[in-house]
Design a protein around this ligand. Structure first.
Ligand SMILES: [Zn+2]
Length: 333
């Protein structure tokens, strides 16, 4: 696996759809495009092969500049084209492309090291990594550094911002020491509204001269993830909210609709058969299950108020990642 770097938009790229991408562009590749201002915006799309909004919005932006110069230099990473051809987050045997940015021995991790090596040769303006959610979520941005410019960047995409430091092997974390850096979550994959929203955001950042160094971080509403709810990979899960379900867990039907809304103490999340198959892990990987959840007569009940994010009904994602993230309001002191 070697890193291909194009210095212009390759022929056919704008006409290629996401499923046909891998056939023409096997493996991850960079495009380093020249614009009026020289500090490049770094943009990554398709780190997760089924999350198509970034790719679609990138094509929209590049089409707008087909016959005029970009406002500033852009370096684009098009990520897991192989998984994209199958409509999957990643293929069996492949690592998750958004968990290989802190190094590693896989050939994919080595390729990402080459990407980071390459970009370190430039003074970057900003970094944007575009993702989608599997569950229903509002648009939001995630930062890993609590600084004015980073929050300014995130808030230009959405007023909802999440601050997280775990998992730490993600793209936005690797760029955080280099420039204002954000992961944006653009709703469900490929939806036209999300594609337009992301394209507008990219255009806005491309046209910016600088970020707001005086951004009011004291009054910025930001959530911090402090845990995730893990379900054992052998557990069976449904969303029927049924005490008599044969599944190990039968969660309430509308769990994903609660994303970014406060869940109060004493709320029923669902029913369990084996409480050993669910745990809440904090950012250090320590179990804090009993701080958050109570298990009583088959019911899973919240023990304290929290704000959920990325709760999903996609059982594959639940097993691979988690049922959802647990957040609280975060403010500087
Ligand atoms: Zn993703």
């Amino acid at each position: 696996m070697s890193l291909k770097i194009y210095d212009s938009v390759p022929d056919n790229f704008l006409e290629t759809d996401v499923l046909g991408l891998h056939e023409k562009f096997p493996g991850p590749f960079l495009m380093h495009l020249k614009g009026e201002k020289s500090k490049p915006l770094f943009l990554s799309v398709l780190l997760h092969g089924n999350e198509t909004t970034g790719f679609l919005s990138l094509k929209k932006v590049l089409s707008n500049y087909a016959d005029k110069i970009l406002p500033r230099d852009v370096i684009v990473l098009v990520g897991n084209t192989k998984a994209a051809a199958h409509g999957l987050r990643h293929l069996e045997g492949q690592p998750d492309y958004n968990r290989i940015w802190a190094g590693g021995e896989s050939e994919e991790a080595k390729l990402i090291s080459q990407v980071l090596e390459y970009v370190k040769g430039f003074e970057l303006f900003a970094n944007i990594d575009v993702h989608n959610n599997t569950g229903k979520n509002p648009y939001y941005g995630c930062v890993n550094v609590f600084k004015e410019e980073y929050l300014d960047l995130a808030k230009r995409f959405s007023p909802k911002t999440v601050y997280f430091t775990e998992p730490s092997e993600v793209e936005s974390m690797a760029f955080a020491p280099l420039c204002p850096s954000v992961t944006i979550e653009a709703g469900l994959p490929g939806k036209e509204e999300g594609v337009l929203k992301v394209a507008q955001f990219i255009e806005e950042v491309l046209n910016l001269d600088s970020f707001n160094h005086n951004f009011d971080i004291k009054n910025a509403e930001v959530f911090q993830t402090y845990g995730r709810i893990k379900i054992h990979k052998d557990a069976t899960v449904d969303f029927k909210n049924d005490n008599d379900s044969k599944a190990d867990f039968s969660f309430v039907e509308d769990l994903e609709l609660k994303n970014f809304e406060s869940i109060s103490e004493g709320t029923l999340l669902g029913f369990y058969r084996d409480r050993g198959l669910i745990k809440v892990l904090d950012n250090d990987g320590e179990a804090v299950t009993d701080d958050l959840l109570e298990f009583r007569e088959g019911k899973i009940i919240t023990k304290k108020e929290f704000v959920p994010a990325m709760f999903t009904q996609d059982v594959y994602i639940i097993k691979e990642d988690c049922l959802g993230y647990v957040m609280k309001s975060f403010s500087v002191t």
